[in-house]
Design a protein around this ligand. Structure first.
Ligand code: NDP
Length: 476
């Protein structure tokens, strides 16, 4: 039979995506550069649906019905270009090529433009949820042309995660928009993980609590506003006992966090756009600091702390303070991430619906959480909302926790415990709500040494002061 859709690249992700499609009743053409993966997919899971295996790219393309829909699920980067190069000469006008790997969005823009010239649709699609999501329903963030979404959308929505019956997949926007949104999703994931890690550290050091005790606290938190996949797995990880030593598993893991690069991409892009995403940036730098081995060795036992003891008088009140600080910092990180989406959307003419992005992140992906409903609701109240934090719900929810947030950050500073994401989120909060910022002084300094001019609070116009002369003010 002619296949309705094809998947090339059958490592963990592609294999599971193909199985997900087959389980939903689609006839799926499958192909991999080396045949072994195709054979093992058919041998292990051939009975889950209708697969059409091919050995060569030519056979694979020929096995697809028109317009062809080809999902590429290979190692991001040069491999994606190699596969596209092989496919393109075999395709016909109107066919749709979907890159479901973790491409960097500028690559997606380049590929989309190149394929559009040949009359082909190129859909750069974010897919989140790891191998488990790919099999049972991921969050899917497809970009590209609207026309391609009309054909492809129903299939992708079909295999995506569902929350309250609503698919975690929607059209994101033209060219690189889908991969861009996936990138910011990953950046937010970095921030969320760092904030949880800081909360864990505060509970550990403030209460002297064991990993198992902290797991119970996270389990309780998971029943409230913080309910999320990441809080849930944190409790699981903290409950794990190392078989070899009998210690808590977390205590035997080396404290150096690695990264594959999506956090870095998110921060680099935010710098280009001039959007402050301090939560994501601090999370990315915190991983870098943890891996800065020579620096940590040089500093350990050398740099004086002059810190006081971390004294917690009321255990339950402290736990509640940390919970409120975590929630408030998390709202800041998301608010900043959505600012970045808005800025990139405006710059690239993507017209991204931010409320819809929060909606498709409710299931399937790593940052899935109850709290995302609140974000969707905020953008439903005002699609042009300039600041998520300023939405009435979040103003109330964060306002409720500000005093606790200040106590936690101050206590941590006095005790010498690093809380880069908690502290920078609070600084951002105070910065963005400030009546007046010391930026006035910065601008004056800039005028002093570089004649960069300034504006005044009391009258319109642009001015310069003759700093090296008579210090008189002129209109610039
Ligand atoms: P890998 O990233 O490990 O890539 C392996 C696959 O790429 C194999 O099928 C391999 O074929 C193929 N490949 C590599 N180079 C080439 C080439 N030059 N030409 C053709 N095929 C090539 O696989 P994953 O399944 O882990 O990930 C696939 C994509 O999904 C990646 O872009 C990844 O970033 C993304 N992703 C992964 C997630 C995860 O949790 N793992 C989550 C979300 C997205 P061969 O067997 O012949 O070597």
């Amino acid at each position: 039979p002619a296949a309705q859709i094809g998947v090339t690249g059958l490592a963990v992700m592609g294999r599971n995506l193909a199985r997900n499609l087959a389980r939903h009743g689609y006839t799926v053409a499958v192909h991999n550069r080396s045949q072994a993966k195709t054979d093992s997919l058919i041998a292990d899971h051939g009975d889950e649906g209708t697969f059409v295996p091919s050995v060569t790219t030519e056979e694979f393309v020929a096995s697809l019905e028109r317009p062809r829909k080809v999902i590429i699920m290979v190692k991001a980067g040069a491999a994606t270009d190699a596969v596209i190069e092989e496919l393109v000469p075999l395709l016909d006008e109107g066919d749709i090529v979907i890159d479901a790997g973790n491409a960097h969005f500028p690559d997606t823009r380049r590929r989309e433009a190149a394929l559009r010239e040949k009359g082909l649709h190129f859909v750069g699609s974010g897919v989140s949820g790891g191998e488990e999501g790919a099999l049972n329903g991921p969050s899917i963030m497809p970009g590209g042309s609207r026309e391609s979404y009309e054909v492809l959308g129903p299939i992708l929505e079909d295999i995506s995660a569902k929350v309250d019956g609503v698919p975690c997949c929607t059209y994101v926007g033209p060219d690189g928009a889908g991969h861009f949104v996936k990138m910011v999703h990953n950046g937010i994931e970095y921030a969320d993980m760092q904030l949880i890690a800081e909360a864990y550290d505060l509970l550990k050091q403030g209460l002297g609590a064991s990993a198992a005790e902290i797991a119970d606290i996270f389990r309780t938190w998971n029943e409230g506003d913080l309910e999320s996949f990441l809080i849930e797995i944190t409790a699981e990880v903290l409950s794990q006992v190392d078989a070899e030593t009998g210690s808590a598993f977390v205590d035997v893991v080396l404290d150096q966090a690695e990264q594959k690069g999506t956090g870095r991409w998110t921060v680099q892009n935010a710098l280009d756009l001039g959007v402050p995403i301090t939560g994501i940036a601090e999370a990315t730098f915190a991983r870098a600091l943890s891996g800065s081995v020579p620096q940590r060795e040089a500093a350990r036992g050398t740099l004086p702390a002059h810190a006081g003891a971390f004294e917690v008088s009321d255990r339950d009140a402290f736990i509640e303070d940390v919970r409120l600080a975590l929630y408030a910092s998390k709202v800041v990180a998301y608010s900043q991430g959505f600012d970045q989406i808005a800025a990139a959307s405006a710059e690239n003419g993507w017209d991204i619906d931010r409320g819809a992005m929060a909606r498709i992140w409710r299931g399937g992906c790593i940052i899935r959480a109850r709290f995302l409903n609140r974000i969707t609701e905020a953008y439903e109240r005002d699609a042009e909302l300039p600041l998520l934090l300023a939405d009435e719900y979040f103003t109330g929810a964060v306002g409720n926790g500000v005093a606790a947030w200040r106590r936690v950050v101050a206590q941590a500073a006095l005790a010498g415990i690093p809380t880069p994401a908690f502290a920078s989120s609070l600084s951002y909060y105070d910065g963005v709500r400030a009546e007046r910022l010391p930026a006035a002084l910065i601008q004056a300094q800039r005028d002093f040494f570089g004649a960069h001019t300034y504006k005044r609070v009391d009258k319109p116009g642009t001015f310069h002061t003759e700093w090296s002369g008579d210090r008189a003010e002129h209109t610039a």
